[in-house]
Ligand binder design. Structure first.
Ligand SMILES: Cc1ncc(COP(=O)(O)O)c(C=O)c1O
Length: 383
């Protein structure tokens, strides 16, 4: 069987070669527990964790003490909300939290659960038909004193890139804490000043050429005295997130972040956009009812295309592309019922248009030849 054409890089990315190389000594040669503070092997491991934190912090303009490792962006997003539980009591007049309707379920459901537990009101913000946050509505909503606002930087389904600076100014001017899920950002945009615009930030190793099973949470130093831990145990990571850190995965996450600070990162983004744009232009020549969901390609995530194929059911179309082409549908199957994408619904798309939408997500190493093969399979399935 020929190798499947993988056009699903917003679901997960392969581990970059440089990241694999950086990780390789830390499985069975330098394997020490970074929290063993009584011997040299532990000290060496601990020093590697610190180096990894330095790399992450340089990548977003933070300091190493503001970086916490987690198991992935799901945990980072949950921790972002729950770590502020102590502030609920300290700020009794701030009873509202704000969420973006197009964010990943792992921040939406964490926010809803947290709000329910601490009797906070949840307000969902508004987005326009391309997924951009309505800034007037955001300002209006903040007239009610708010504790926490979470808005994803780059959307995982339609690739919308928010004006994080403008949003940050509006939110933080009111004293509300600002969190952003930036899991999809590094592959498409510079993140070097991101920590200046946010109080908390989430990332995932496996979305950025790093390994699966590791995430990053940045927490502004000013907040750290009032944090509430979610995981209790041996007191690792300043008592904030107990548990032995996975040395090799932390090293991998650090190296993956460091790669974005190297000159090749820009070139890779340009190569990604080139193959994505080629694919889209060729797609438009197929005799099918094709519409692009979300912002124009020039404005969105360099690798993202979200396309509705009029008259087709996306899950069936994707199934008919197997085992040749891997992409995603936004729909989820919950207890046998197909649930349409909450992102496409928030953009105002009809059920038919959402139900026929497939997300293709490209990377720099997809060749034009491979894009042509994928187009051929698609054209066969559509005819
Ligand atoms: C924007 C965004 N946030 C969070 C997640 C969850 O990340 P993880 O798999 O690291 O828990 C994803 C994964 O799809 C995502 O795209």
């Amino acid at each position: 069987m020929p190798k499947p054409l993988y056009i699903d890089h917003q679901a997960t990315t392969p581990v970059e070669k440089a990241v694999l190389e950086a990780m390789s000594p830390f499985w069975s040669e330098n394997f020490g527990n970074p929290h063993s503070n009584g011997h040299v092997v532990g000290w060496q491991s601990n020093a590697e964790i610190e180096k990894a934190k330095q790399k992450v912090s340089r990548f977003i303009g933070a300091s190493a003490g503001e970086i916490f490792f987690t198991s992935g962006a799901t945990e980072s997003n949950n921790l972002a909300a729950f770590s502020l539980s102590g502030l609920v009591r300290l700020s009794p007049n701030r009873k509202q939290i704000l969420l973006s309707p197009i964010d990943h379920k792992c921040i939406l459901n964490a926010g809803l659960f947290w709000a329910d537990k601490f009797k906070l009101e949840v307000k969902f913000l508004k987005v326009d038909s391309e997924g951009y946050i309505d800034l007037d509505y955001l300002s209006e909503s903040l007239k009610t004193p708010s504790l926490f606002c979470s808005i994803g930087y780059v959307n995982n389904e339609v690739g919308t890139i928010q004006d994080i600076k403008a949003i940050s100014e509006i939110v933080r001017a009111t004293g509300c804490l600002f969190h952003s899920d930036a899991a999809q950002a590094p592959k498409t945009i510079e993140c070097d000043e991101l920590a200046h615009f946010t109080d908390l930030l989430s990332f995932s190793g496996h979305k950025i050429g790093g390994p699966q099973g590791i995430g990053i949470l940045y927490i502004n130093a000013n907040l750290q005295d009032s944090l509430t831990p979610l995981l209790h145990g041996g007191g690792q990571q300043n008592g904030f997130r107990s548990g032995t850190l996975p040395l090799a995965l932390c090293v991998g996450a650090g190296r993956a972040c460091e790669l974005f600070t190297e000159p090749e990162a820009l070139e890779k983004r340009q190569m990604t956009a080139k193959v994505r744009d080629y694919f889209y232009q060729r797609l438009l020549t197929l005799p099918s009812d094709i519409s692009l969901n979300g912002p124009p390609t020039l404005e969105r995530h360099v690798g993202n295309l979200n396309i509705s194929f009029g008259g087709f059911d996306a899950s069936e179309l994707l199934m008919s592309l197997q085992p040749h082409v891997c992409a995603s549908t936004g729909s989820a199957c919950t207890s046998g019922e197909i649930e349409v994408s909450h992102v496409l619904s928030a953009l105002g798309l009809s059920g038919d248009r959402s139900g026929s939408a497939i997300r293709f997500s490209f990377s720099h190493d997809i060749k034009i030849d491979e894009a042509n093969q994928a187009l051929q399979y698609l054209s066969d399935c559509l005819s």
